[in-house]
Design a protein around this ligand. Structure first.
Ligand SMILES: Cc1ncc(COP(=O)(O)O)c(C=O)c1O
Length: 471
């Protein structure tokens, strides 16, 4: 009898047979250990049955487990998420707003913040992050600009901020939260990349400690936890917890994975233990030594102090380097192809690795040796720079209206002057340059041409065609 092909299984089997070193999600880096025992499958895969409680009406083990996690992080209440931070951002936004309300979103936010506005039918104001074209780096947000925006837009009910960004960049969140609260604005912080911050005082402070009202963590990004695992922390009385619970019931599955929930619980328990904190300290030491060593290699550059004006603080567990003359997007391929090292991400210039307590000293030594070899062997390429500046959006209609509108597909070059019904998101860096409801300008056509020339893929376009509002 003929059976169907199993391409996913086959490919993953092949990939897992390779001895790859990961500076990449998920945070467990595919290393099993006592706090993430993969052997629990399948016996821990269960449903709500005798003695297993219910995520949506937690009273017993899930209630107790979430209370322990809440205690570790210092939140008022924490809710497990089995569909990543994506669902946590949606739940947070919809919990503190009603359709037609206004929110302020950091423009370099993950697409889930944009989609949260579509789901919640929210009007959006954006705050642009700082940008330095000389080093093509998107920084944090400026406190004064934030204050001005909040004070000039009295209808803003909540803001969604990023801390840290994909590049580890942090804004002066303490000051920003204070301004927001003084102006009656609820602060939601997408801390998807920062669930480890609470476990070391050598790293930027977590938004929970800095006074945010709701904070979302992707446990799977920087803790040794399974993909999709995340936590929504409710941190202040400005948020109605009953409303959050109802929205969580609305947006999360009725069959949450107990493997996922166990994974969050075990990862947080480990991080909070003496061993976990010690391992994080060792990681930070390894990163500092790695940075010091590679900065001595000819052609290798780190972010260093050159970008201090761009951001307030940086999470160094996101390692970040460039080799002069080699595109970041090429370097990440070389590391994967020739050295079996998987980094998280590269843009035109930089390569970024997401480290976790699962990275050993040997991992860093191996990466350092590989970079030394590449820097000395490859010919100097004189790559030209690519300006990754974010285009100032011109909103014509609300994002949710554009998303739900009748639309048609036209060639991008012919769309100038129309209202977009889709996104233009270059990968890297994965930040929207155009969102639904915004005016398409010559600038969009120009940058898309430029990105395509440089081999950067664009989400939202289908063979140079774009959806616009109207029939
Ligand atoms: C900044 C940021 N926020 C949110 C998310 C969504 O997280 P998740 O994959 O856990 O849904 C991501 C995913 O990459 C992200 O980079």
């Amino acid at each position: 009898m003929k059976t169907i092909k199993t391409p996913i299984y086959d490919r993953l089997l092949d990939i897992s047979s390779k001895n790859t070193i990961y500076f990449q999600l998920p945070g467990h880096h595919k290393r099993t250990n006592q706090f993430l025992d993969f052997n629990i499958l399948p016996s821990f895969d269960t449903t709500e049955t005798f003695g297993t409680d219910n995520l949506h009406e937690p009273e017993e083990i899930i209630f107790e487990s979430m209370r322990e996690v809440s205690r570790v992080y210092g939140s008022k209440e924490s809710i497990y998420l089995v569909n990543g931070s994506t669902s946590g951002i949606h739940i947070a936004m919809m919990s503190v707003t009603k359709p037609g309300d206004s929110v302020l979103i950091q423009r370099n936010s993950h697409v889930s913040a944009y989609n949260g506005s579509i789901l919640g039918r929210l009007n959006v104001e954006y705050i642009m992050p700082e940008y330095d074209s000389s080093i093509q780096l998107v920084g944090g947000i400026d406190v004064h600009k934030f204050k001005e925006l909040i004070q000039n837009n009295r209808s803003i009910k909540a803001c969604v901020l990023l801390h840290p960004s994909f590049y580890g960049v942090c804004s002066d969140l303490c000051e920003i939260i204070d301004i927001a609260h003084k102006n009656g604005v609820i602060v939601i912080v997408d801390e998807a990349h920062g669930p480890h911050l609470s476990f070391s005082d050598r790293l930027p402070k977590s938004a929970i400690e800095l006074g945010a009202d709701m904070v979302i963590h992707s446990a799977h990004k920087t803790l040794p936890s399974l993909t999709q695992t995340a936590v929504l922390h409710i941190c202040s009385d400005r948020v109605n917890i009953d409303r959050v619970r109802s929205v969580s019931r609305l947006l999360q599955t009725t069959s949450p994975s107990y493997i996922f929930m166990t994974s969050i619980e075990k990862a947080v328990a480990y991080m909070d233990s003496f061993k976990g904190r010690e391992d994080l300290d060792t990681l930070i030491g390894n990163i500092n030594r790695f940075n010091e060593s590679i900065s001595k290699i000819d052609r290798i550059k780190l972010l260093g102090n050159k970008s201090e004006s761009l951001f307030y603080d940086r999470d160094i567990t996101k390692i970040h380097f460039e080799i002069e003359g080699i595109r970041g997007t090429d370097l990440i391929d070389i590391l994967h192809r020739d050295y079996n090292i998987n980094m998280e991400y590269a843009d035109f210039r930089y390569v970024i690795g997401v480290t976790s307590v699962m990275n050993t000293e040997d991992d860093f030594k191996y990466l350092e040796d590989a970079l030394g070899e590449i820097a000395s062997n490859n010919t100097y390429d004189e790559t030209e720079d690519l300006d990754m500046k974010l285009i100032e959006p011109k909103q014509i209609i609300p994002i949710y209206e554009a998303f739900n509108s009748e639309n048609k597909t036209v060639k991008l070059v012919e769309s100038v002057g129309s209202v977009s019904a889709s996104y233009i998101i270059p990968y890297p860096p994965g930040i929207p340059q155009l969102a639904p409801g915004e005016l398409i300008t010559d600038e969009h056509v120009e940058i898309v041409e430029k990105y395509k020339d440089k081999g950067i893929s664009i989400v939202g376009l289908n063979k140079d065609m774009i959806d616009i509002v109207g029939v």
